[in-house]
Each structure stands twice: as structure tokens, then as C-alpha cells.
Design a protein around this ligand. Sequence first.
Ligand code: SF4
Length: 314
Amino acid sequence: MLDARQSAIWKAMGLGPEWILRAEEDPSVPVRGVPKAIEAPAAPAAEATPQPRPVAPAPRVSRVSRASVTAPSQPVHASPITQAPRRAAQAVSPTVSSSMPAAVLPDHAASGWDSVKFFSQVTDGTWDQLKALLPDCHGCGLSETRTRTVFADGAPGCPIVMVGEAPGAEEDLQGKPFVGKSGQLLTKALESVGLQRGKDIAIINVLKCRPPHNRDPKPEEVAVCRHFLDRQLQLLAPKVLVLMGRPAASAVLGTDQAISRLRGKLFEIEVAGKKVPVIVTYHPSYLLRNLADKEKCWHDLLFVKRTLKEAEAA
Ligand code: SF4
């Protein structure tokens, strides 16, 4: 049974009392009798998540060699390695793999901005240096429309790293990720499974500047901003990486599959020479529009906890 505090959190998340019995699916809760297998989620008929475009260099963006950068700046092979524990067994082909596109430099000759020098500092920077460099970034056109850059919530030492798409209006004003309505929902969802932002979880975005009117990130923006994303992942050294929404999954796993097809599986990427388990779930802004899928997100977060436990025990 839930205690009063847990009940309040569940109520705030909009979770019905019928969820109480499903606490048995959390391995941290003793299970009586034969555990019930979790059915693979049915794909939503029409997913409202913004459709990401495949990440590819834009015509005015040149690909450069970044020999001094270790994975994931180099192409990263990401493969689903297993289904979520307790799910109905379903073979996932080990040959299915995709590469994380490499970071590129903008055409600094056209922009008059020394991107080579700037991004070489990013590539070799410490966490604090990266944070200090970010407001000076003019790597893409979003620097002209942003109010503030948005670096991260959390720091190296957090075992779980969650990656979203880009700052929204509130994040653009405050300079912090996930502080708007979707961020509040995310915080409650994490609390409902006993995870704390800033302690257990560090949160970053693929893009560090808000796209106007919250439009989808453009492939060339993602490709340039990847310098920051790659270095952040290296420095954060997550034990478990969680990708929220299709743009984040596309940027890190190099896939444009729907979240409904990606969630419930365990992927793996290499970060600074270490293999990191990757889990995909819905972006909280999608959940705000699709309340029925909150339950799936809750299962995903329990999956994250189990995966962290296994990673820490390994
Ligand atoms: S979105 Fe990324 S690459 Fe573009 S200006 Fe902001 S920090 Fe630089």
C-alpha cells in the first residue's frame, strides 16, 4: 500500500488508485506469488511527439575530424541489447545498429565566428569551463533568438543522466532545464519512484538554446550543438542514460523510430570508452498532452531504477 506522501505524489501525477497493485512490478517491492509479466505496450495510434528529422549535416555545415575526442564524439554504435526485464520474451536482432552522427562545425568563414577555436575549447573543457563557455556560443542561428543558454540541472556524480530535446519558453527565461510545466511533471514522476533531480539525476538537452516557438530542432543545429552534448556525456559519465522523446533518441541513437517502438528496450552506447545502458521514454511535454501514457512512463522509470541497480552491482 502507498503511504500518505506517495499517495499525494501519485495524485499530483494524475495516477489513479488502480495503480496501487502495480507496485508489485517494482523489483524493489517484494513480490508475492508468481510475478505478472508486463505486456509490451501497444503503439499509440497517433503519437503526438514532434516528428524529428534525421540528423544530417546541412549544406552549409562541414564535417571535421575530431581526433582528440573520444566516444561519443566519434560515431557511436548503439544497439538494442535486450528487452526490459519481465517483459514477454521478444528477440531483438543483434545486427540492428545505428551510428550516432558526428559533431560538425558551422561555416565560420560565412558567419565570421571562430568556431574552430571555440569548439576545441569545448572538446577539452572541464564541466565548469563548458558552463562558462556556453553563453558565448554562436554555433547556430539560435544564438540570435535565445534569451539565455541552458546548460544542465545536476553535475558529474549523478548516476543517471536524462536527455531532453531543447529548452522551452520558461527554460529560456530561467536558464535551467525542465522548469516549466513539463519539468514539474518530470520532477513528480521521478519522485514517485524515489529518484531526485540533482542528486540521482542530471538533466541536459540536445540543444542548449530554445528554438523559436518551440519548433523541432533542425538537423544542422543538432549537429553543431553535439559538441556540447558529447562533452557533457563524457564528463557526466552516466551509469544509465535516459533519452526523453524522439529528438533525443534520434540525436544519441541515430534512429527516427517512434518512442513506442523504442521504449521497453535496453540500448547501449559507448561513452569515453565505457559501455552505458540507454533507455528511451516519452518526453514529459508529450505526457502533458497524453495523460494515459503516464503509466508507461512510470514503468520506464522503474526500468531505469532496475538498470541502475544492475549497473552498480556489475
Ligand atoms: S543551440 Fe547549441 S550550437 Fe546553437 S548557439 Fe546554442 S549552444 Fe551554440
